[in-house]
Design a protein around this ligand. Structure first.
Ligand SMILES: [Fe+2]
Length: 212
């Protein structure tokens, strides 16, 4: 049984940005004021489309997207209930909230069972994740290629996310998520269009990676 989502609009949330070298830094996003209340999903999608058209730099994009994600989640409560429980088989679950051919992003709710870990991977596109419920550890790596091991990586650090935190990833950021505590994590996820030839799962012990 998943506890009620716990984003509290009065809480002092943090925004993070994960770079290609695995560094994770906090940032203060510009405030996002909107005349529209509630800030509905279709307006959010329209604003996102505008940001993506105006801004080609991943970091600038992420810094503009984070505040509208927060506005959406604190304004449209219904979204926080739109998830599926983690599958007992895989330990995770995904519900697409928006996916349209040729639209430059998808909106997904992702859940992870307690104790589950993802693979170590990059997304080969920009991504923004807002934690809705539970507690999630994010670990980060940087590439340390050698002639023998072009996909070698080295751990750089980690960040624990609590409900309300938002984390943005540049396309070559490498991470792994782990659901901490004894309840599933639920997160709101945005991803751009994946470059499939650059999306890898990494094996740090072997110094190898495979496309997925
Ligand atoms: Fe990921």
């Amino acid at each position: 049984m998943i506890a009620s989502p716990t984003v509290d609009p009065t809480f002092d949330y943090q925004d993070y940005l994960v770079m290609g070298d695995g560094t994770c830094k906090g940032f203060v996003p510009p405030s996002h004021l909107t005349a529209f209340s509630p800030y509905r999903l279709y307006r959010f999608l329209t604003d996102l489309e505008t940001i993506l058209a105006e801004e080609s730099d991943s970091i600038q994009r992420l810094q503009r997207i984070a505040p509208i994600v927060r506005t959406l989640l604190t304004s449209s409560d219904w979204l926080q209930l739109e998830y599926v429980n983690p599958s007992p088989k895989t330990g995770w679950g995904v519900k697409f909230l928006y996916r349209e051919p040729k639209f430059p992003l998808t909106v997904q709710m992702v859940s992870w069972a307690p104790g589950q870990k993802s693979t170590i991977h990059n997304h080969a596109t920009w991504g923004v994740v807002a934690l809705i419920s539970g507690e999630e550890r994010n670990r980060f790596w940087q590439r340390t290629p050698t002639a023998d091991q072009p996909h070698a990586i080295e751990a750089v650090g980690e960040q624990i996310l609590v409900p309300g935190d938002i984390i943005g990833f540049v396309p070559d950021a490498i991470h792994q998520v782990e659901a901490l505590g004894d309840e599933p994590t639920i997160s709101f996820n945005l991803y751009g269009i994946t470059t499939m030839s650059e999306r890898y799962q990494f094996n740090p012990e072997a110094g190898t990676a495979k496309l997925f």
